[in-house]
Design a protein around this ligand. Sequence first.
Ligand code: SAH
Ligand code: SF4
Ligand code: F3S
Length: 464
Amino acid sequence: MKDRPIVPEGEILRQREFMKLVEAMDARPRSFHIVSMGCQMNERDSESIAGMLQEMGMAPAAKREDADLILYNTCCVRENAENKALGNVIWLKELKKDKPDLMICVGGCMTQEKGMAAMMKKRYPFIDLVYGTHNMYKLPEYVWRVLTEKRPVIEVMDIDGEVVEGLPEARKSDFMAFVNIMYGCDNFCTYCIVPHVRGRERSRTPEAVLEECVRLQDAGVREIMLLGQNVNSYRGGGAEFAELLYRVDKIGIERIRFMTSHPKDLSDELIAAFGELKHLMPQLHLPVQAGDDEILRRMNRRYTRAHYLDLVNRLRSVCPDIGLTSDIIVGFPGESEAQFEATMSLARQVRFDAAYTFVFSPRAGTRAAELPDDTPYEVKSARIQRLIDLQQSITYETLRAQVGKTDRVLVEAASTRDAGSVGGKTPRGHMVNFPGGQDLIGKFVDVEITSAGKNTLRGKIIGG
Ligand code: SAH
Ligand code: SF4
Ligand code: F3S
């Protein structure tokens, strides 16, 4: 991976000037609402967007209907994600009829698709601003232009992104934080649109990552999640991912997790880290996608079933209690019944704690979208249902095996189901709910696991 240019500090200072210019305007939005779709990268971007909008003098609104500016941070990884984004945007047209000053902004991965910005300009003239993933940092300038020029601004850049440092941020949580370590992806899995909309891989320097972690720790953060489409190919200032992880571990933040790991790049050093690092949680999201070698080859995943199983064995030998989770695609073009059975048998063999399963969705511009596919959708639906049923029983058995254990839990939030209960994750990543007051949120407690549900655990506090 080549070192990528950092957006010059001067450019960020210029954007800060635009933030001030907007803030000084009389006729401008006073409140904003961001709808964040897709993955954690988008969630993290939304925190920077919120930071910029706040610097422009706007306050967050809890509901879309109450906001003067609504921003959609979109995803397009599967067709349904895209349909959801477009459906939402169309709904805003009605809202704007009653509220002509409403500013509607659409950014994120979907706008970066070929032809999408032009289509939106033509079909949705009520959208005020369309920007892409590579120029998100110019949001202040674009908002200012919409307000002063009084016409839509459509700006999507085709070039690969750079690394942006120094944007304002409004973090969602005081005690858990996402930390980007890299952007983009070079893997070009044949089904995947991410490299097309997020650009080439580029890493932040270790110094920038470490500085951010220290800052977060000083602000009281207890758990961080290092983020990248493929953190295993991180290479910042010559350092590899395992090296970065050792350095982050030394800072002393109580909990470190990361995602996503690509199996082809999971190094020996990284596997060893699970046995050595004090703060690295025993949890790994390691998407396998399929259990059949021919399908893996056609997906351009560049590992075999045997290699994946070997990684799992090695991870479990250094860290027997590691919680492994995965992503699995069902119904890749040409997938035969026997090939699907290979995925089923892999799921049975590995026994993931959880697996996110998807029916293959053709994405324009990707290689797999061109492959012949004669499996009817009903067959694919039936296959994914079998996989879901299998995984649910494995997840349930895994959760039941936790009953009786005592785990340290970082309390994240009030339970949505039980009044008077709160919940958080065990080191292995299982969600556990237990009776407790909201004053515990952000604190660590020792919890005895008392029972298992389908997807979560229940417990009781036995110590602080
Ligand atoms: N960078 C991550 C994941 C990115 S997308 C990784 O490499 O694992 C998240 C998941 O969406 C993928 O792991 C994959 O399982 C799924 N996905 C991506 N493109 C898809 C498509 N076209 N159809 C169905 N699922 C897809
Ligand atoms: Fe997509 Fe593959 Fe890159 Fe993940 S590694 S983002 S699945 S191309
Ligand atoms: Fe979606 Fe973009 Fe993430 S396409 S999954 S939001 S990188």
